[in-house]
Structures are given as structure tokens and as C-alpha cells.
Design a protein around this ligand. Structure first.
Ligand SMILES: [Fe+2]
Length: 370
């Protein structure tokens, strides 16, 4: 009997009331071309309403994978660890050819290394959706522009109209205000800015920082860590929603604020990671505002200044980054105005963040094994 290497993935159901129902993104074509060609705004901000999100059961597919990840790593022609603490590049693999076993192991590698990169990926937007949907229900953004028929894809798009682009340059974890924020998240870059002094393709790198590493190293004292593990923080989507209403009137769900633990446990690695970010975390619950803000400011500064726990990625056309939003922070570098930079992101939602007091820091867990 033939064994299916990769089982078919149920694609997400289209929400009702999508704008421009006559439009369909063709296979093998970037929506950056096909949407404007159809005479539509891109990314598209036509308002439509979605039901509010409610908590759903989630099982991380990587949890059952082989910790050695041999099906994945042995298939790569090269495995390049970009820094000691975060970031690995896989060479010689096409994402669309991975078996389920390899995809599960990729999820584990992403959970361990924070972010995994692959260049030259032959993957259209439909295949990207299929890849993301394998890991969990795909998130639809509350206000960002969409591809009219594929609302689960978040276009990363800046050009000469990005007058306030620099304000996006803040360390964050994507949409952490949601009840179940994304875990594994994928961005594929298809257009790089011609921002070099000679018009060459350069600029728009992205930096990631490791939440495991920031949390476990000497930057935070053991006493502060003990306190942080008892704390929860309020993450808010309100400011983003207000801005959307002010600028383009496109808000698809009721904006929410959600309480998450300040330190969360990753369900696959079992490691503790810091889970506050400057974009969406508004306050520490139960602390005097002034004190909570001082602690948060200190944590944000630690994230931003921990260069040894960061990786900076230089994109190339059709390169892909797959990161874990549970355990990393990232920010795009806006050094390419007024040039065009475009990529597509899919973000499967993961579990509701939790803290398991029996969990360990990454260093503690690895020392136990040694
Ligand atoms: Fe982001």
C-alpha cells in the first residue's frame, strides 16, 4: 500500500461577506500583480465584518515529532546555525515537498531555534496558505489590508506612500492581543527594495530576538525572574483598531484586550520564554501603573539591546522566514523609503498562552540533559 508522504490539508473556509467576490488570485502569480491588474486596491481595505474569535482547542503538531529531527535535517544539504542562540538556515529543501514528518520536525526546529530561514522557495500564495493551515487555524488580521479572496494572508507592503513607516519599527510579537496569538508564522518575501546607492536590491532586513535567551541570561536577575513568573500582562488591540478607524475605516472584529502570563511555557520545548512586547503589552496586572511601566520599559530595553540574542536576516527574492511568535520578538528595518518591499505572511494561531511552574529555562533543560 502506498503511504502518503504528505496528507492533504483542509483549507480554511472562506468567511462570508468578503469584498470583491468576483476576484480570484491565479495560481503561480503574486497578488501584488494580479489584484491591481483586476482594478482593485492592494492591499485591500474594503470593510467587512468577521465574528469575534473564541478559544478553540489546539494541539501543536511539532509536539509529537522526533527530537532529533532527522527526517528534516538529513534531507537538507546544509544546516547553517546563524548565531549560537537564534536562527538557523536550511539549504537544499523546498517547503512544498516536505512530508508531514518533516513538517512536524520543522515546527520543532522553529520552536527551538526561534526562526528558520530557507531561500529560493518555489511556493505560490495558495501553497503558502496550505503550509500554514497545516499547523493551525489561520489568523485573519483585524484591520490590515488583505488579498480580497485570501483574507488569511497578511501582505507586508511598503512603497513611496509609507510616510510613517518608521513608526512600525518597534520590537513586537504579532497580534499578541488575541486570545490565541500565532505560533509558527511564515513570511515569504517576493519583492526587495532597490534601495542600494547604485539601485541594487538591498534594505528591509528583519531582526529577531530570542525570548528564551533574554529570559534566562544574566540580563535579568533571578529575583526579578521569580517575580515575573507570578505576573500577568494586558495586551491590547485597541490602539491599532483606533488607528484603523481613523485612517481607512476598516475594522473587522470588535477590538479586544487579553491578559496573558508575562512568562509563558512553550508546549513543544517545555522552555520558559518572556512574553511581553512594546507594541501591544499595555500594563502589568495588579501593579501600580508607574511600577509596572518601569518594569516593562526595562524588559523592552533588554530585548532591544541584547544583540547577542538577535539574528538579522538579509532577504533575497523568494526567501522564507518561519518564526515562532511565542518565543521571539521581531522588527523590520525601514531603511528603504521610497522603494517597494513586498512579502506575504501567514500566521496559524496556537494555544492560549500559559505558564507551567514546573517548566524550565532553556539553559536549565539543556544542562539537565547533558
Ligand atoms: Fe510583525
Amino acid at each position: 500500500m502506498a503511504i502518503l508522504a504528505s496528507s492533504p490539508v483542509a483549507l480554511p473556509e472562506k468567511p462570508k461577506g468578503l469584498p470583491h467576490p468576483e476576484y480570484e488570485t491565479p495560481r503561480g502569480v503574486s497578488p501584488l500583480e494580479s489584484v491591481p491588474k483586476a482594478g482593485l486596491q492592494y492591499p485591500n481595505y474594503t470593510p467587512f465584518k468577521l465574528p469575534n474569535l473564541v478559544e478553540q482547542p489546539f494541539t501543536d503538531r511539532a509536539a509529537a515529532s522526533d527530537p532529533a529531527k532527522s527526517a528534516l535535517l538529513n534531507a537538507a544539504s546544509k544546516v547553517i546555525h546563524l548565531t549560537p542562540d537564534i536562527g538557523t538556515e536550511l539549504v537544499g529543501l523546498q517547503i512544498k515537498d516536505l512530508t508531514d514528518t518533516q513538517k512536524n520536525e520543522l515546527g520543532r526546529l522553529v520552536a527551538e531555534r526561534g526562526v528558520v530561514f530557507l531561500r529560493d522557495q518555489d511556493l505560490d500564495v495558495h501553497e503558502q496558505i496550505e503550509f500554514g493551515a497545516y499547523y493551525g487555524p489561520l489568523h485573519i488580521h483585524q484591520m490590515a489590508g488583505i488579498i480580497p479572496d485570501l483574507p488569511w494572508v497578511h501582505p507586508i507592503h511598503k512603497d513611496e506612500t509609507a510616510v510613517n513607516g518608521r513608526s512600525h519599527q518597534i520590537w513586537h510579537s504579532d497580534v499578541s492581543y488575541e486570545i490565541q496569538p500565532p505560533g509558527l508564522t511564515m513570511l515569504r518575501m517576493d519583492t526587495l527594495p532597490n534601495a542600494g546607492p547604485d539601485g541594487s536590491e538591498v534594505g528591509g532586513d528583519t531582526i529577531w530576538a530570542s525570548g528564551y535567551a533574554v529570559y534566562e541570561y544574566e540580563a535579568l536577575s533571578p529575583k526579578l525572574r521569580e517575580i515575573l513568573e507570578t505576573l500577568e500582562a494586558k495586551h491590547s488591540g485597541l490602539a491599532q483598531a483606533e488607528k484603523a478607524l481613523r485612517t481607512n475605516g476598516c475594522l473587522r472584529r470588535d477590538p479586544i484586550e487579553t491578559i496573558h502570563p508575562v512568562v509563558r511555557t512553550h508546549p513543544v520545548t517545555g522552555w520558559k520564554t518572556l512574553y511581553v512586547n512594546q507594541n501591544f503589552t499595555k500594563e502589568l496586572v495588579g501593579l501600580e501603573k508607574r511600577l509596572g511601566d518601569a518594569i516593562l520599559d526595562d524588559l523592552y530595553r533588554t530585548i532591544a539591546e541584547s544583540y547577542e540574542y538577535q539574528v538579522r536576516w538579509k532577504w533575497s527574492k523568494n526567501a522564507v522566514a518561519i518564526w515562532d511568535n511565542r518565543t521571539t520578538f521581531h522588527t523590520g528595518i525601514f531603511d528603504y523609503f521610497p522603494h517597494l518591499r513586498h512579502g506575504l505572511r501567514v500566521a496559524p494561531q496556537a494555544e492560549k498562552p500559559y505558564f507551567d511552574p514546573a517548566s524550565k529555562t532553556r539553559a536549565e533543560a539543556l544542562n539537565d540533559k547533558a
